[in-house]
Design a protein around this ligand. Structure first.
Ligand code: NAP
Ligand code: HSE
Length: 428
C-alpha cells in the first residue's frame, strides 16, 4: 500500500478550499503519517473563473462533478458541494459505482440517503467516511465507531450547530439582535447554503440522525426526529432563563428505552454552570454516554474552514492507511429499522407567557396546569406594563403531552396576553 492516493475534490467553497490548503501545506507530514503520497488530481466547482485564494495549479478542472467522480485517475472522491439531492447524490453514487471510496462533509445527504449509500458502498466493497459532517472539527464519528465500540451507548446529546450557538450566546453576551449575529455567522463561513437549515434546527437534526444510527445500530431516521428551531427565541427568553440559572441551547438528544428511540432537536434550557451551559460561540459539544465508559464530553469548533478541513483530512488519512469501517459502524444490512418512541421522557419545562392585569389571572393559570397534571416548581411574575405582566413558570417533571393540553386550554382563557413559549429543561 505505497502507491499515491489520488483525490478528486468536488466543491471549492469554505471546506473544499480548506482541504486544498492543508494538502498543499502539509504534503510531507501527511506522507510521513500514512506512508503514502496524497495528491489532488482533479477538482470541480461551478465557477471556473472564481479566485478561491489558493492555487489550483496542477489539478485538472472538471465542470461536471459526476465526470470527476468517475475519472480513472481518482481513487477517492471528496464530495464538498452539499445538498441532499441533485449533484452531490448523483456524484456520490457514481463514485461508488466506479469503485471509488468517498469522503464527504455532507450531513444532509447521509441523514436522508445514508442507508442506501451505505448499502451501495458495502456491496461494491467501498467505504464512505464523513467525520466533517457532524460537529466540524470534533472527531465524534471516530469516537463512536472506534474508541467507544465496546460500549452499549445509552444516550447521545449535544450542541451541534455552530450558527445557532453563536447567535444564542452572543444575544446574551452582547445584547445584540438576531439579524446582526446571523450576518456575523455568514462572515465566519458557518452558514449552510440554505441558512434556514441552520436556524430551523434541520442541519443539527441531520447530524443527530447520523450519530443516533451509529450509537443505536439503527437505520438513520431523520423523519423520526422532533425538530424545532431557534427562530422563536427572544432576548427576553434568554435574559429570563439566565435569571433562573439556565442558558438556552439548541440541544439534540437521542436515547433508546423500552418505549423506543427518542430523538429530538429543540431549544432547551440547561443549567448555566453545566458544560453545555458554558459553551460559547460557534463551538460544538457532544456528550456520549455508554454502559462501560459512563460519560465522554467532546468539545471543539463545529464549523469553519480549518476545523472542517481537519476532519476531512482525518478521513483521507484513514483511507490512505487502509482503515475500512462500515459507514454506520456495522454492516448497513444489519442495521435495524428505528422504532420511534411515541412519547418523550418526562422533563421539567420552562414556560413564558404574559397575563392581563385581572383578578385571579395567576390562579387561573395555576388551576389549568394543575387540571392537566402539571405541577409548578417555581413561578415569577414581573411588573405590569400597559396592563400585562410577563410570567415565568418552571414546572416539575411532566410529559409534553400533558403540557400541550394545558397550553391549549390556557390559550382559550381571557387572561393570557401572549401565546406561551414552552422550553424543555434538560438534565445534563
Ligand atoms: P460552500 O462554501 O457553499 O461551497 C460549496 C462549493 O460547492 C462551491 O465551491 C460550489 O461552487 C460547489 N458546488 C455547488 N454545487 C455544485 C455543483 N452542482 N457542481 C459543482 N460544484 C458545485 O459550502 P461549504 O461551507 O464549503 O460546505 C460544503 C459541505 O460541507 C456541505 O455539505 C456542508 O454542509 C458541509 N459542512 C460545512 C461546514 C462549514 O463550516 N462550512 C462544516 C461542516 C460541514 P462555486 O464556488 O463555483 O459556487
Ligand atoms: N452550518 C453548520 C453550523 C456548519 O453552523 O454548524 C457545520 O456543520
Amino acid at each position: 500500500m505505497t502507491q499515491t492516493l489520488r483525490l478528486g475534490i468536488a466543491g471549492l467553497g469554505t471546506v473544499g478550499v480548506g482541504v486544498v490548503k492543508i494538502i498543499r501545506r502539509q504534503a510531507a507530514m501527511l506522507e510521513a503519517r500514512t506512508g503514502r503520497k496524497i495528491e489532488i488530481t482533479a477538482v470541480c466547482a461551478r465557477d471556473a473563473e472564481k479566485d478561491r485564494g489558493v492555487s489550483l495549479a496542477g489539478y485538472a478542472w472538471e465542470t461536471d462533478a459526476v465526470a470527476l467522480a468517475k475519472r480513472d485517475d481518482v481513487d477517492v472522491f471528496v464530495e464538498l458541494m452539499g445538498g441532499s439531492e441533485g449533484t452531490a447524490k448523483d456524484a456520490t453514487e457514481a463514485a461508488l459505482a466506479a469503485g471509488k471510496d468517498v469522503v464527504t462533509a455532507n450531513k444532509a445527504l447521509l441523514a436522508i440517503h445514508g442507508q442506501a449509500l451505505a448499502e451501495q458502498a458495502e456491496a461494491a466493497g467501498q467505504i464512505i467516511r464523513y467525520e466533517a459532517a457532524v460537529a466540524g472539527g470534533i472527531p465524534v464519528i471516530k469516537s463512536l465507531t472506534e474508541g467507544l465500540a465496546g460500549n452499549e451507548i445509552t444516550r447521545v446529546m449535544g450542541v451541534m450547530n455552530g450558527t445557532c450557538n453563536y447567535i444564542l450566546t452572543n444575544m446574551e453576551a452582547k445584547g445584540q439582535g438576531y439579524n446582526a449575529l446571523f450576518d456575523e455567522c455568514a462572515e465566519l463561513g458557518y452558514l449552510e447554503a440554505d441558512p434556514n437549515l441552520d436556524v430551523g434546527g434541520i442541519d443539527a437534526a441531520h447530524k443527530l440522525a447520523i450519530l443516533s444510527s451509529i450509537a443505536f445500530g439503527t437505520k438513520p431516521n431523520f423523519d423520526g426526529i422532533d425538530i424545532e428551531g431557534i427562530q422563536r427565541i427572544t432576548l427576553e427568553d434568554i435574559h429570563q432563563a439566565a435569571d433562573m440559572g439556565y442558558r438556552i441551547k439548541l440541544l439534540g438528544v437521542a436515547q433508546r428505552s423500552a418505549r423506543g428511540l427518542e430523538q429530538r432537536m429543540q431549544p432547551c434550557l440547561v443549567p448555566v454552570n453545566s458544560p453545555l451551559g458554558q459553551l460559547e460561540g460557534g463551538t460544538n459539544m457532544v456528550v456520549l454516554e455508554g454502559d462501560a465508559v459512563e460519560q465522554v464530553v467532546l468539545r471543539g469548533p463545529g464549523a469553519g474552514e480549518g476545523p472542517t478541513a481537519s476532519a476531512v483530512l482525518g478521513d483521507i488519512c484513514d483511507i490512505a492507511r487502509g482503515l475500512r469501517i462500515p459507514t454506520f459502524g456495522q454492516p448497513a444490512t444489519m442495521l435495524e429499522a428505528a422504532q420511534p418512541a411515541r412519547t418523550g421522557l418526562p422533563a421539567p419545562y420552562y414556560l413564558r407567557t404574559a397575563l392581563l392585569d385581572k383578578p385571579g389571572a395567576l390562579a387561573k393559570v395555576a388551576a389549568i396546569l394543575g387540571d392537566a397534571g402539571v405541577s409548578i416548581d417555581r413561578m415569577r411574575q414581573y411588573g405590569h406594563t400597559n396592563g400585562t405582566a410577563p410570567v415565568l413558570i418552571v414546572t416539575h417533571k411532566t410529559t409534553r403531552a400533558a403540557l400541550d393540553i394545558a397550553l391549549a386550554t390556557l390559550g382559550d382563557t381571557d387572561v393570557v396576553a401572549l401565546d406561551p413559549v414552552a422550553l424543555r429543561i434538560e438534565e445534563v
